[in-house]
Design a protein around this ligand. Structure first.
Ligand code: AMP
Ligand code: ZN
Length: 478
């Protein structure tokens, strides 16, 4: 069977044929780093991680790029609000994000460029657009993309009319009085005195939201991507803006051959988001559930459908996953026992059949829900054979090897490999320990000894001993 993907651009299922043989340039929009990431972000990055892993499994040579938005209104506002240095703040949350992704077994991108490290390239792209006549600068030092120059392309990805876009933009389009047209989007934004900015031909300023992805995807990938992805909320204006800018810069169409968009993680049917305040950080959820359970919870839904989150839905995922883990234990247990020597055919056939059905499911627009359904059938049959029928040691080993082959795609079973969990006690990530030590330091500075002692005791209860010394507080496992 051939791999088929749903392309937002055509709104159809299409055969997956990259531009250049087996080479796949894949760009996934990264997070804006002004806070810890929440489970909605995990939903997006785990979904694309599975897609990437499956492409690798199918023999593609994947170049995976995912950016870090480390300058943006939200980052600036948060740094002001907290009285922190903007770069220190974005660095802290970038590290936090990378730590979360590692814990969730999301493979590190081949390139993870930051906006603030690509200002000259961004300025160059904005200049190109001005020279091509598709962008204009204003007396205020802003530069906008001139949408009227490519009016026919508006709605390419969102399949909406201009009226619909204006009504449904959800406030993601800046209202400025120096724009020619309301839908024009900003490429370069002037920075007021005292705010972070870089010198440019249009005065001190900083990049707009969309241009970074055009510039960095072309720098680290190609002028024409095979896959571009992100959450559905990015379809408009972000991804449409990327198409307009990139195609205008290079003159090449399409900027990306396939556009893939993940559905939302919702709470009470509302998108989990920082701005709505209805979020749980990945770290909070990792405190209570294992990375394997969180991944299982995410991939047990097709990536384009929404998932409604609740404590119960995660517990349910943990229980369902446990059924699969029990099969692994059964097989391991059987391996340690005197095996029932016999014909291996049943297990071997079962493995081959299951592999085929799994590939069919994944070839159908990465249908992980169905793939896991196949795994449940496999697990029930293995349980039966292991306890009722003759089987050889070699066949049992094949079952375990097959499970690990599938885990290479879904990442829902093994957990030992996580670096992030190597030196820290289960259930209390290093970040959390550092945060608690910071809170205790502040309590001590304010001579709030009761609070300081309570934090020390809480850490002790969780198996962490802290020691105060001349060069600060150190911690170790108790
Ligand atoms: P942001 O940091 O808001 O720019 O988001 C980074 C990526 O995470 C984007 O692709 C978003 O669409 C995605 N994302 C954010 N919140 C959710 C959510 N609740 N469900 C699914 N994806 C999300
Ligand atoms: Zn982007």
């Amino acid at each position: 069977m051939v791999l088929r993907v749903y392309n937002t651009l055509t709104r159809e299922m299409e055969n997956f044929i990259p531009f250049c043989g087996k080479k796949v340039n894949m760009y996934i929009c990264g997070p804006t780093v002004y806070d810890h990431c929440h489970l909605g972000h995990a939903r997006s990055y785990v979904s694309f991680d599975v897609i990437r892993r499956y492409l690798i499994y199918r023999g593609y040579d994947v170049n995976y790029i995912s950016n870090i938005t480390d300058i943006d209104d939200k980052v600036i506002d948060r740094a002001k609000e907290k009285g922190e240095d903007l770069f220190a703040l974005s660095r802290k949350f970038t590290e936090s994000f990378i730590e979360d992704m590692k814990a969730l077994r999301v493979l590190a991108p081949d390139a993870q460029p930051k906006v603030t490290e690509h200002i000259p390239e961004i300025i160059e792209a904005v200049e190109t657009l001005i020279n091509k006549g598709t962008a204009y600068s204003t007396h205020k030092g802003n530069v906008y993309y001139d949408l009227m120059r490519s009016e026919e392309k508006i709605g390419t990805l969102s399949h909406q009319t201009v009226k619909g876009l204006l009504e449904g933009s959800g406030g993601r389009i800046e209202v400025e009085n120096d724009k020619k047209y309301q839908l024009d989007f900003v490429l370069w934004k002037s920075a007021p005195q005292g705010e972070t900015g870089w010198e440019s031909p249009w005065g001190r300023g900083r990049p707009g939201w969309h241009i970074e992805c055009s510039v960095m995807s072309m720098k680290y990938g190609s002028q024409q991507l095979d896959i571009h992805g992100g959450g559905m909320d990015l379809i408009f204006p972000h991804h449409e803006a990327e198409i307009l800018q990139s195609e205008s810069c290079t003159g090449k169409h399409p900027f990306s051959k396939y556009w893939l968009h993940n559905g939302f993680l919702t709470i009470n049917k509302e998108k989990m988001s920082k701005s709505l305040g209805n979020f749980f950080t990945i770290k909070e959820v990792l405190d209570k559930f294992s990375p394997g359970t969180i991944r299982f919870f995410i991939v047990y839904t097709h990536y384009r459908n929404n998932i409604d989150f609740s404590g119960e839905s995660l517990e349910e995922a943990a229980r369902a996953r446990k059924r699969l883990l029990n099969t692994i234990s059964n097989v391991k247990h059987a391996l340690n026992e005197a095996h029932k020597d016999g014909n291996d055919c049943r297990l071997t056939e079962l493995i081959n059949e299951t592999r085929e059905t799994l590939i069919n499911s994944m070839d159908d627009d990465f249908n992980t829900r169905e793939a896991i359904g196949n795994l449940f059938v496999f697990s029930r049959k293995v349980n039966y054979i292991v306890s009722n029928e003759a089987h050889s040691r070699a066949a049992l080993e094949d079952v375990l090897e097959f499970i690990s082959e599938i885990d290479g795609i879904l990442g829902i079973f093994g957990e030992e490999e996580h670096e992030a969990y190597k030196n820290i006690p289960e259930g209390l990530p290093e970040y959390k320990i550092m945060e608690m030590i910071g809170l205790r330091d502040r309590a001590r500075e304010g001579k709030d000894w009761v609070k300081a002692d309570a934090i020390r005791d809480e850490l002790k209860e969780k198996g962490i001993i802290i020691e105060d010394g001349n060069d600060g507080t150190k911690w170790r496992k108790g």
